[in-house]
Design a binder for this molecule. Sequence first.
Ligand code: SF4
Length: 344
Amino acid sequence: MENAETASAEIEPIRLRLFDWWSRYARDLPWRFGRTTPWGVLVSEVMSQQTQMSRVVPYWVAWMKVWPDAASLAAAPKAEVITAWGRLGYPRRALRLQECAQQVAGQYADRLPRDYDQLVALPGIGDYTASAVMSFAYGERIAVIDTNIRRVLSRVFLGRESTGGAASREERQLAWQVLPEDGEQKPVSADEGGPEDVGVQDGGAQEDSGRLGLADPKVRSAAWREPPSARWNQAVMELGATVCIARKPACDICPLAGHCRFLKAGMPGLGVGRTRPRQRFAGTDRQVRGAILQALRQASGEPVSKEDLRHLCEDEIRLDRCIASLDEDGLLEIGQNGSLSLPQ
Ligand code: SF4
């Protein structure tokens, strides 16, 4: 953007279109729109790191039923925590989340801090998760920067692909520059269901999420009551997850197509920012580690011998390596006789 004047003239119609799209096509996920606690929002964010949100829903629902707050998770047996993590992948996250819960319960009397610096100091919480909690749970005005947001903002406003790696200074500046001021909130229409139709192309999200759009008027109304900065962060991220995806953006149904510099420029270097090819899963240590944990979960606390796990991996060296790495990560315990079990 050349200057602030151009920026504000350019941003306003983009916001209107995006907010309208958000109210029509946001996935009605159970941790959105003020229906859970800040702790619930944090759990959803940790679960969705490296796992698709639509896959997270049943795990999150079951998890929050058993451990609705930090204190209950802090006191849970590790084996139950690892078991409940199920097939969300990267199970170390479960143990880090429990460490985080222990700190929140002990240090903050079971109340998740409403302070970026305190959040980012918690185990397993980085810049993204701390910002997401500040914005989505507390409604604080803060730029949330993840891969999806970087991709959308870079395409729409800069006309180029976001590069991989850490967010650049320019990307951070852009995210702050286009973030709405919360004092700018426009009054919602009579039924509190959102603004007048702004003529967005009719098109839904690409990811198979089950439920699309905010059919329930109460939820729709809650969505419009969120501060504009929080709504913006969530809507940009949602567009990046469901429409403006990395390799094949669905520009034909995108609400921002008429404003997108990247589309206008002919999408130069589409996908170049995606430096890491999607990791193969079959035949990797990750797969073997997952299979070992699944076998231990199914044993329901009974110790399992290494012999019982042989069928999971023909390569004995790999099997040993995976058992050792799970032990190192605190995800299993090796008994005196060499038997394996989930940690207590
Ligand atoms: S027009 Fe295409 S590239 Fe531009 S934001 Fe929309 S989906 Fe992404």
